[in-house]
Design a protein around this ligand. Structure first.
Ligand code: ADP
Ligand code: ADP
Length: 229
């Protein structure tokens, strides 16, 4: 069974005064299999964030059906099986990565010992162990993004959603994240990798989904997309 399935999903946000309400997603269908890395590509406004918000049940579709890990996204326990890396994380002042990990662990009902063990594992692996008691606000961009990964991976999620994981990073930071994603992919994690830059994803993903103005333009293997262009 697919780990993520959208069947003819539509979503239009409430119209603002003096503007035309356009569908953020219009009858979009796609699926993602367990163990797959799927790239979701599209320019700003394509509908990527809307698709993520629907998966996370931050918003609900107007029409169509969504299945995540075999369940409706409204099913509460589903959320705790998803690791989500937001595009921009505004860390509260003075909090450390350990504070954020503790908070994340309690919000997904992990035992304290499990939170400690998993936090140490990820912080060491991501090169943040020495910096664990420093405020996140003082981290470099690359360190902040690695901290976001530690938070997203804490609960060993079955589905990992990455929203523009390379944005704002310098070449070294990008290389770090690329290596990490390659590693996670090698371990068989199911990864939804969203980006407005095809080159960021095409060497890494098994398949790509291209969105444009809320519609699906392409779903298939990256080489087939390259041949189409
Ligand atoms: P992407 O993540 O690919 O940039 P989005 O899903 O954010 O695309 O946006 C798709 C469309 O929906 C855009 O036209 C955007 O302006 C609109 N949109 C997104 N969020 C809202 C919102 N909260 N209210 C109104 N329109 C929105
Ligand atoms: P992204 O590229 O991830 O869509 P944006 O900077 O476009 O991010 O949007 C930031 C936030 O504003 C998102 O939560 C998005 O849903 C919301 N948003 C985008 N377009 C609109 C809009 N036209 N009206 C209201 N909110 C919007």
């Amino acid at each position: 069974d697919p780990i993520v399935a959208f069947r003819s999903v539509s979503k239009t946000y409430a119209k603002e005064l003096g503007t035309q309400a356009l569908a953020a997603l219009a009858e979009v269908s796609f699926s993602m299999q367990a163990g797959e890395t799927l790239g979701m590509i599209g320019a700003n406004g394509a509908g990527k964030s809307t698709a993520i918000k629907l998966i996370m049940d931050f918003i609900r579709p107007d029409a169509g059906a969504i299945t995540i890990l075999g369940k409706n996204p409204t099913h509460r326990p589903v959320r705790t099986r998803i690791g989500y890396l937001p595009e921009t994380a505004n860390f509260p002042a003075n909090l450390t990565v350990l504070d954020m990990l503790r908070f994340t662990g309690s919000s997904c009902n992990m035992a304290q010992q499990e939170v400690r063990t998993s936090s140490e594992k990820w912080l060491r692996r991501l090169g943040l162990w020495e910096a664990r008691n420093r405020p996140l606000r003082n981290y470099s961009k690359g360190m902040q993004q690695r901290a976001n990964f530690a938070i997203a991976l804490l609960n060993d999620p079955e589905l990992l959603i990455l929203d523009e994981p390379m944005s704002g990073l310098d070449p070294i930071g990008r290389a770090d994240i690329l290596a990490l994603i390659t590693d996670l992919k090698g371990q068989g994690k199911s990864i939804l990798f969203c980006s407005h830059i095809l080159e960021d994803v095409d060497r890494l993903v098994d398949r790509v989904l291209v969105l444009h103005k809320g519609r699906k333009l392409f779903e298939g293997q990256p080489h087939a997309l390259a041949e189409q262009q």
